[in-house]
Design a protein around this ligand. Structure first.
Ligand code: BT5
Length: 312
């Protein structure tokens, strides 16, 4: 959003302000203030001109302006009502050289999971891909993915959902006490890197927000199902703010991940490219690998598909 428009909204957020006062504090002409207010109205912000000046009655509907307004994290938003995949679009943005851009959509028609699996993404969800160019080694990229999972779980908990994390980065809602769950959110991280340097990184998050479970695959749940509809603008702001805080403090990611983990303490099977391994999940390492106690001793698993098994 244009800086002046953002400043006008911030000023109006504290109550009515007159046009001349706005012009003076922002050091622009009165005509410029009027023009920006008209543009904000066109973007969907309901601004009334009363005796005390301009007053903000309602924020624009879910979209880039609405999410950027009041967002306390340095991301610019690109919103689409409908798009193939926000990750595919984010890749174009990344290749163009941008950073700290979040591509957001109401609906995806070609959403992707890991390993080219399909991701169901009807209208009402939160489908978002964050473009970042962090100064980290490729081996640290896993921490970004874990950070996104922790941020998602915390935002979902804020919305009243009993969200926990299944290793490495599915946000789930537990069912019963046996490690069973329904999937609320998945994360797909993609990056371009050299041996010792990340060029860009895209963290794609899919959260089933205001969606009926009938419109989702078997085994999925939504915020609507668990806690009722959420204000998606606030949810996305919370998500981006949490993610921003974690990427600035990568050391806090693993400890906070552990606090929210459903997988730790479970008997699991992990499918890896080199074969599967079964054991009790006892911890994750500081780089996010899963530590298993197996019949043949301790094993550390860096990546794979994890399934919770019923306790024997
Ligand atoms: C994931 O893959 O969990 C990563 C999903 C990432 C989606 C986001 S949305 C924004 C961005 N743009 C994209 O195109 N993608 C990202 P994976 O672990 O492979 O899980 C995929 C499996 O989850 C599928 O095979 C289904 O079984 C299941 N699934 C598909 N859609 C689902 C949904 N909406 N909710 C819960 N489970 C789903």
């Amino acid at each position: 959003m244009n800086e002046t428009r953002r400043a006008i909204l911030e000023a109006l957020d504290d109550g009515p302000v007159s046009g001349p006062d706005l012009a003076e504090s922002l050091e622009v002409s009165r005509a410029a203030v009027w023009k920006h207010v008209e543009e904000l109205r066109e973007a969907g912000f309901e601004i009334e001109s009363g005796p005390a000046g301009y007053e903000l009655l309602e924020v624009a509907a879910y979209g880039s302006d609405a999410v950027e307004f009041g967002l306390e994290a340095p991301f610019s938003l690109e919103y689409h009502d409908s798009i193939g995949s926000t990750n595919a679009r984010a890749r174009e943005v990344a290749v163009d050289g941008a950073t700290d851009v979040a591509v957001l959509a109401d609906e995806q028609t070609g959403g992707r999971g890991r390993l080219e699996r399909e991701w169901t993404a009807p209208a009402g969800g939160v489908w978002i891909s964050i473009v970042d160019r962090p100064e980290i080694a490729p081996s640290q990229a896993t921490l970004y993915t874990l950070a996104a999972a922790v941020a998602t779980a915390r935002a979902a908990r804020e919305a009243g959902v009993d969200a926990q994390i299944k290793w490495p980065n599915d946000v789930v809602v537990p069912v019963g006490d046996d490690g069973d769950y329904r999937k609320l959110s998945g994360i797909l991280t993609e990056m371009e890197a050299e041996m010792d340097r990340v060029e860009w990184l895209i963290v794609g998050l899919g959260i089933n927000a205001n969606i009926d479970v009938e419109d989702l695959p078997e085994g999925a749940t939504s915020i609507r199902e668990e806690a009722g509809d959420v204000d998606r603008r606030r949810f996305v702001q919370c998500l981006l703010e949490e993610f921003d805080a974690y990427r600035a403090d990568l050391e806090s990611v693993v400890p906070d991940w552990r606090e929210l983990a459903l997988t730790l303490g479970q008997r699991v099977r992990v499918d890896r490219p080199v074969g599967e391994v079964v054991g009790d999940a006892i911890d994750i390492t500081e780089t996010g690998a899963l530590v298993l106690e197996t019949d043949d001793g301790r094993e550390t698993v860096a990546a794979g598909d994890c399934e919770h098994l019923r306790p024997v």
